[in-house]
Design a binder for this molecule. Structure first.
Ligand code: PLP
Length: 471
């Protein structure tokens, strides 16, 4: 029988070509339209309806990738990608991904690749120090913040002491459980709560103040109301760097309320957490001593290719009690302290720590800090330029690398809300149709806003300045 890969000759030649392709792509990515222009179905329709029986050469496949697949790529690695949260497939991260695929290790247990487990523990210790987070935190890498927040809420539910793991949630007398978060919390919090049986009614969205930060007094009132009605408060999620405006919930005031009420405190710092590698942004962690769990996404703003999200917790035992289930074939006799499969839902685990290690070691914290500082300074400069114009209004205070604005249309000295919305959507569509940049939108207190989030490692002021060219 033939082997899958009879020799490495073709691989070696194609691999060299691909590294050149990647280097050319990174050097020239600004030549592409940021947002793909294809119509739905336009990519799929180019391909055969049945798969290839005989196989094709890498050369033929690279040509097809260029001609058929690249046109359907929205270029997240483009320096003028400002939509959602922009991300970076850095050179160091790309090389590590290559090695990860080559080794193809599965880190379910320490012994299934000791390096995978130990590098995860090591890099998360480094990351914790680099971000100025306190000691005593256990860390684990998963794919996304959505999954990490789900795991944290599962641990919070278990920490209630109701033996939900053992007895489940149905066919017994349980009070309605409650999770609190700001009205600006990411939808992943509600999704996680839905999957865990809190129900949509169990997620209480707390009102925010004029700068879109959770109001602690509204949190305290909601908890009191729920207790009086017989519900059982379980967890509060503080978002440090919200999706729409990068606002920061007041953890120093939320934490003591949560402690008094015996709630698990989960901190979602998926985006802004990375900024604290720069010491001047460490105020973000004020009140972090109250947190039971924290999520930070190196794949958002720490130049690590997607996916790589870190969950830290002060209570790994609770996470373990929630998720550990070891069938006979996975029992081990070694003295390893951590088998990461015990701390989450998935069994098989990619070697994601390798790319975080490569990024941290290759660039070093000083360079990472410098790039983050530049991003924030571009956002400050953009906000300053925008506020000079009387046809533009900032809808939120500029925060970290996020700026939200709209075009305002006035009639008889008053803002015409409908015309302002039309002008703002038209402006966004014109920007995105140009291919020169990609921005996304949000809605704040009913007002449509254009949202610019800077975060790609190749971004310079000249890319951000494109926003101003369209005004
Ligand atoms: N939390 C915040 C504050 C976010 O902005 C996002 C996504 O933008 C998420 C969580 C979800 O991140 P992920 O895509 O890693 O699940």
């Amino acid at each position: 029988m033939p082997k899958l890969d009879p020799s490495s000759d073709e691989f070696r030649a194609a691999g060299h070509r691909l590294i050149d392709w990647i280097a050319d792509y990174l050097d020239g990515v600004d030549r592409y339209d940021v947002l793909s222009r294809v119509k739905p179905g336009g990519i799929q329709s180019q391909f055969a309806e049945v798969p290839e029986a005989k196989g094709k050469s890498y050369d033929a496949l690279i040509a097809e990738f260029d001609s058929k697949i690249v046109p359907g790529i929205t270029h997240w690695n483009h320096p003028a990608f400002f939509a959602y949260f922009s991300i970076t497939g850095s050179q160091a991260g790309i090389l590590a991904e290559l090695l990860t695929a080559a080794i193809n290790a599965n880190g379910m247990l320490w012994k299934t690749s000791p390096s995978l487990t130990e590098l995860e523990t090591l890099t998360l210790g480094w990351l914790r120090q680099s971000l100025g987070l306190p000691g005593g935190l256990f860390g684990i890498i998963n794919d996304t913040a959505s999954i990490n927040s789900f795991l944290a809420l599962a641990a919070a539910r278990e920490a209630l002491g109701l033996d939900i793991r053992g007895r489940g949630m149905t066919g017994r007398d349980l009070p309605p459980l409650r999770v609190y978060c700001s009205e600006h919390a990411h939808s992943s919090i509600e999704k996680g709560a839905l999957a865990l049986g809190f129900g949509a009614d169990g997620v209480i969205q707390i009102e925010s103040d004029e700068a879109y930060r959770m109001k602690p007094e509204a949190l305290a009132a909601a908890i009191a109301r729920d207790r009086a009605a017989g519900a059982l408060p379980c967890a509060v999620v503080a978002t440090l760097g919200t999706t729409s405006t990068a606002s920061v919930d007041p953890l120093p005031r939320i934490g003591p309320i949560a402690h008094r009420e015996n709630l698990w405190v989960h901190v979602d710092a998926a985006y802004a957490g990375s900024a604290t590698i720069e010491p001047s942004f460490r105020w973000l962690w004020n009140g972090i001593e109250h947190a039971d769990s924290i999520v930070v996404n190196p794949h958002k703003w720490l130049f690590t290719p997607i996916d790589c999200s870190v969950l830290y917790t002060r209570k790994p035992d609770v996470l373990r009690e929630t998720f550990s289930l070891v069938p006979e074939y996975l029992k081990t006799t070694d003295s390893a302290e951590v088998n990461y499969m015990d701390y989450g839902l998935q069994l098989g685990r990619r070697f994601r720590a390798l790319k975080l290690w490569m990024v941290m070691e290759h660039y070093g914290t000083e360079r990472l800090c410098g790039v983050i500082r530049d991003h924030v300074s571009y956002a400050e400069r953009l906000a300053t330029e925008l506020t000079k114009r009387d046809d533009i209004e900032l809808l939120a205070p500029q925060s970290f690398s996020v700026v939200v604005f709209r075009r305002v249309v006035r009639r008889d000295g008053r803002v015409d809300e409908e015309a302002s919305e039309r002008a703002s959507t038209e402006l966004l569509e014109r920007m995105n149709a140009s291919g020169r940049l990609f921005v996304s939108h949000t809605r704040l207190r009913g007002r449509y806003g254009i949202r610019v989030a800077i975060g790609n490692g190749a971004t310079e002021w000249k890319h951000v300045a494109r926003v101003l060219e369209f005004l």
